[in-house]
Design a protein around this ligand. Structure first.
Ligand code: S3P
Length: 166
């Protein structure tokens, strides 16, 4: 791997946290989930942050966390699906890590995130929202060094595939 972090990016429900934990174990590196870091810092859940302070505030904290964690090394970092919307985050990820996009078809994403309450942007008509946001974010993950399809593979083999890129 060319740099000393692995950064997992991708739409909600593509398996960034699940795969990230497994990969960190394999590498013997630290696992960081930026959503968890945000919750820890704010002492609130993601839905609470969105409802109390709004999305802009969430993005501000998210950016601060990303800028901070990226300066450490030997970490597998699972990022929030919208963290790549800011250019400064994309630049930091690329300069301090190998960026891997996890990809999945819209129908698979819908199955994976169905019924969940932790993602404020998907509350309401989930199917409509996933289709709409996936379309809006069609190109935002394109800066990744590698893309991994997570539609059919199991967590173990996805982690193995990333491990083998080293
Ligand atoms: C978001 C994705 C979520 C979380 C927040 C916003 C997004 O993370 O950061 O709900 O804008 O795509 P996951 O991608 O881990 O679900």
């Amino acid at each position: 791997m060319k740099k000393n972090n692995v950064v997992l990016i991708g739409f909600m429900g593509t398996g960034k946290s699940t795969v990230g934990k497994q990969l960190a174990l394999k590498l013997g590196w630290e696992f960081i989930d930026t959503d968890q870091e945000i919750e820890h810092r704010e002492k609130m859940s993601i839905p609470e942050i969105f409802s109390k302070n709004g999305e802009n505030y969430f993005r501000k904290v998210e950016t601060e966390i990303i800028q901070k964690v990226m300066s450490n090394e030997k970490q597998v970092i699972a990022t929030g699906g919208g963290s790549v919307l800011r250019l400064e985050n994309r630049s930091k990820m690329l300069s301090h890590g190998t960026v891997i996009q996890l990809e999945a078809d819209t129908e698979n994403i819908i199955k994976r995130v169905e019924g969940e309450k932790q993602r404020p942007l998907l509350q309401g008509n989930l199917r409509e929202k996933v289709y709409e946001m996936k379309d809006q974010r069609k190109y935002v993950y394109d800066f990744a060094d590698f893309v991994i399809d997570t539609n059919v593979m199991k967590v173990d083999s996805i982690a193995e595939q990333i491990y083998n890129l080293m």
